[in-house]
Design a binder for this molecule. Structure first.
Ligand SMILES: C[S@@+](CC[C@H](N)C(=O)[O-])C[C@H]1O[C@@H](n2cnc3c(N)ncnc32)[C@H](O)[C@@H]1O
Length: 204
């Protein structure tokens, strides 16, 4: 199948991602803490990119008993992630190339995480459904992503347009659907709606 616009976008951006995104992608540590990981947790990061969240997630995991699977559909981003994994010698990390809206990994996880990936997925509801299928009962789902910039006055539409040009759609009802699908959803907005963290639990 032909690559999507997002996969083509990351052919170039994979090479500059780590050097540029520290300026705009914030809240990784806070989001990782919200997953409430134990040393033996099995964690799935959906849209893991180059693996910038891996250190924050692995901090909580035992190097043998804890497991992290990173899924992404961009071969270019995964190549960078693989270099990171090799450089750190992480043996409990598995990388999988696949589409979040159709993933079938044949296992369940204690925690699942979308870090700045959900807003880039046109069929984001399917991606949430697939994530829930892979989550064990009582497991935690965390979404960290851009929000609507509600406190940014006249700059808000400019920010949303700039993000849309970079394949990020901020105006969908992410929180509403997450609230429908998860128990005890808590949503926090940061920096006037620059980004949000949503944390919920899969019911029994
Ligand atoms: C902004 S990057 C975030 C990467 C990483 N999670 C981070 O926090 O730095 C978005 C990632 O989502 C991936 N992605 C977008 N749509 C996807 C899909 N349908 N299935 C799997 N990965 C997808 C992209 O390839 C990209 O690596």
């Amino acid at each position: 199948m032909a690559d999507t616009a997002v996969q083509r976008f990351y052919r170039f951006h994979a090479h500059v991602y780590d050097g540029t995104r520290w300026m705009i992608l914030h809240g990784r540590r806070r989001a990782a803490a919200a997953l409430h990981l134990r040393p033996d947790s099995r964690v799935l990061e959906i849209g893991c990119g180059t693996g910038l969240n891996f250190p924050c997630l692995l901090e909580y995991l035992d190097p043998v008993a804890g497991r992290l699977v990173g899924l992404d559909f961009s071969a270019d981003m995964l190549r960078q992630a693989q270099k990171r994994v090799a450089a750190h010698g992480w043996r409990n990390v598995r990388l999988v190339q696949g589409d979040a809206t159709a993933m079938q990994l044949g296992q369940t996880f204690d925690a699942a995480f979308f870090g700045y990936s959900l807003t880039m997925i046109p069929d984001w509801v399917a991606a949430i459904e697939r994530a829930l299928e892979h989550l064990a009962s009582g497991g935690t789902l965390v979404v960290l992503d851009f929000s609507r910039f509600h406190g940014w006055g006249p700059l808000a539409p400019l920010m949303r347009t700039w993000l849309r040009l970079n394949h990020v759609e901020t105006l969908r009802p992410y929180e509403d659907i997450l609230r429908q699908r998860l128990d005890d959803l808590e949503v926090h907005y940061w920096l006037g709606g620059y980004n949000f963290t949503a944390v919920g639990r899969k019911g029994a």
